[in-house]
Design a protein around this ligand. Structure first.
Ligand SMILES: [Zn+2]
Length: 123
């Protein structure tokens, strides 16, 4: 069970202390055996309680192959070619979701030849 202060411009630290004291009266059995609403009622029935609708938790990462491609373009052609020569491909790893975006020499060439920023196209 976790108590957290949410900034709403109302109340003070004494209010939080009061809630901490009420919360400390909860018993393990109550947490394991009762529905959340029942626990809230037992602990805070003299307080104003607002219960929000539950939301499904879902993992999401904002990374994408397009964003990785944009990062390669921002490196510039020379730097991208240097990495390609050293590694055989250019791999961008997302530390957040653990995805790998692999670009081989054909992919990289296409990025710079499709009118992307940093290409040396002659019009
Ligand atoms: Zn990611």
């Amino acid at each position: 069970m976790m108590l957290q202060i949410v900034p709403d411009g109302k109340g003070d630290e004494n209010d939080f202390e009061h809630l901490v004291q009420l919360t400390e009266t909860v018993k393990n059995e109550e947490l394991f055996e009762l529905e959340a609403e029942e626990v809230l009622y037992r602990l805070y029935h003299q307080e104003t309680v607002q219960l929000f609708d539950p939301q499904a938790v879902e993992f999401m990462c904002g990374c994408s192959r397009d964003k990785s491609a944009a990062a390669i373009v921002s490196l510039g052609r020379d730097e991208a070619d240097t990495i390609l020569a050293e590694n055989g491909n250019l791999t961008l790893h997302c530390d957040y979701c653990n995805a790998d975006y692999v670009f081989d020499s054909i992919d990289v060439a296409a990025l710079f030849e499709n009118g992307a920023v940093g290409s040396n196209q002659v019009h």
